[in-house]
Design a protein around this ligand. Structure first.
Ligand SMILES: [Zn+2]
Length: 476
């Protein structure tokens, strides 16, 4: 990184302290007029903000996905190309919540969503029930369009952290109610169970209530592609989370009915950018985190690549619309997947790492077909179908023990089937894991566009809220 001062010699702290002066500085003063002659509000230098979060992305996930893209597809990831070409500001971010040293997504997202560190599992709520107005409400009040795009349930913690207030992240029906109330412009992701009368505890039919408010309500990619007009949009493409990208790509029905994260992002940008006052959106690669919890390498790498494709959509838009601030980061590390030198030597390492190119299905897919009665032969067949290599009988036996609840790893969280399978796969890919949960590592943060000048060195997650507010000239 460069030094602590930005181009004009203003430190981040000075930037955050100053109000209008900061906004003026952002665009050299040129755009700081509250109302242009066509009546369109121009508040700060950043007319639009696209906030990208790869949930639970340790540095090894970013590295291995970039390396896979280079080796398999012959291209650099969008994220790393920003570094290679020196096109962005870059920082390390401290992700801690208010009450612990390792965070969850609710507290981490809330730090961005309201500017306060809150206790784990709470969304934009303080330790004593304080309710902090979420960033989307603030932007909407200024006439900005607002939208959420994710591969998790749309009411999951990370998207909710920009638009809701709840005491516990599990209150997803309440979050859906708050989305209806808030009337943000666009919600695209999974989780229709929190909207449908058949699934909800209170039997409320939120889909028809959204329709009554003028929303286009869609449930398949085909419906999404065929919406007419520019009305508000609720798209839920699965009952729970959307499938992992690797399974989606290789399963006919899923590929047909579920849009990719990049497709959803492109549609969101197209629609939100019709607002003359600009927009703010959050794009979450939400299942990178889930793959890491599962020690599921195929799930992790292809979801991270899908996330990177979605970044590409934002960068294309920002090229034509330079008054767009793009922030790209993660909310915390998870399970620290890392490419190690192979037990079989340096030369073997790349051969093993490249077996990832041939993966067909995730470990999640493998385990969904196994249980405590699975035979050694069947375990081996199923892994070969998904990964295209055969494992040994001893390895299959170890997974069988885990499936039966009879395996004891020295690091106890690794005893269950998912990390057992993850460790078996590591013998063939050279990528191994440190655990099955979130880490306390500082994380990568990249930013490009007006307002990004305020970012470099080392930041606390909660500072991003203030950076976005100042960059867009939105008042709190
Ligand atoms: Zn997680």
């Amino acid at each position: 990184m460069k030094n602590k001062s930005n181009r004009n010699g203003v430190s981040r702290k000075e930037f955050l302290k100053s109000g209008a002066a900061a906004s003026a500085f952002l665009m050299g003063g040129a755009l700081l007029n509250n109302c242009s002659n066509n009546g369109v509000k121009r508040l700060g230098g950043a007319k639009n903000i696209i906030f990208y979060v790869s949930d639970g992305m340790s540095i090894g996930a970013l590295t291995s996905a970039d390396m896979t893209m280079r080796r398999k597809y012959g291209k650099v990831s969008n994220w790393i190309s920003l570094y290679e070409e020196n096109r962005c500001r870059r920082a390390l971010m401290d992700c801690a919540p208010l009450d612990a040293i390792v965070t969850d997504s609710a507290a981490a997202g809330s730090a961005w969503g309201c500017g306060h560190r809150v206790p784990v599992r709470k969304i934009n709520m303080g330790p004593n029930g304080e309710s902090y107005e979420p960033i989307f409400s603030l932007f909407k009040r200024e006439g900005k369009a607002t939208g959420l795009v994710t591969t998790t349930q749309i009411t999951h913690a990370t998207p909710a952290s920009f638009a809701a207030n709840v005491e516990h992240r599990s209150m997803q029906e309440d979050i859906a109610n708050q989305y209806l109330e808030a009337e943000h412009d666009l919600y695209l992701g999974g989780g229709y169970e929190h909207f449908s009368a058949e699934d909800r505890e209170d039997d409320a039919d939120l889909f028809s209530q959204f329709e009554q408010k003028g929303y286009n309500v869609v449930r398949t990619e085909n419906e999404l592609q065929n919406i007419s007009g520019n009305g508000k949009l609720l798209g839920t493409f699965g009952r729970g989370h959307l499938p992992f990208e690797l399974d989606r790509m290789n399963t006919y029905d899923l590929e047909r009915d579920v849009p990719s994260l990049a497709e959803m992002t492109k549609i969101a940008i197209d629609r939100l950018s019709t607002n003359p006052n600009g927009f703010i959106m959050q794009v979450e690669g939400g299942r990178v985190d889930h793959a890491a919890h599962r020690n599921d390498l195929g799930g992790l790498i292809y979801d991270q690549i899908a996330f990177d494709d979605a970044i590409g959509e934002g960068l294309k838009f920002a090229e034509k619309n330079p008054d767009t601030l793009i922030i790209i980061t993660t909310d915390h590390g998870n399970a620290s997947p890392t490419l190690n030198r192979s037990y079989n030597g340096y030369d073997a390492t790349e051969i093993e790492f490249d077996t990832l190119h041939n993966f067909r299905y995730t470990n999640d897919w493998i385990l969904s077909g196994l249980d405590d009665s699975s035979t050694i032969n069947y375990i081996r067949e199923r892994i070969e179908e998904a990964s295209t290599f055969g494992i040994t009988r001893d390895q299959a036996r170890e997974l069988q023990l885990a499936l039966r609840g009879e395996r004891k790893a020295l690091y106890e969280m690794m005893s269950v089937p998912r990390p057992t399978l993850g460790a078996i796969i590591a013998n063939y890919t050279s990528v191994n894991w440190t655990g099955t949960s979130h880490t306390g590592d500082y994380v990568e943060l990249a930013a490009i566009g007006p307002g990004s000048e305020a970012l470099d060195g080392f930041v606390k997650n909660s500072e991003l809220f203030h950076i976005m507010i100042k960059a867009a000239g939105v008042s709190v």
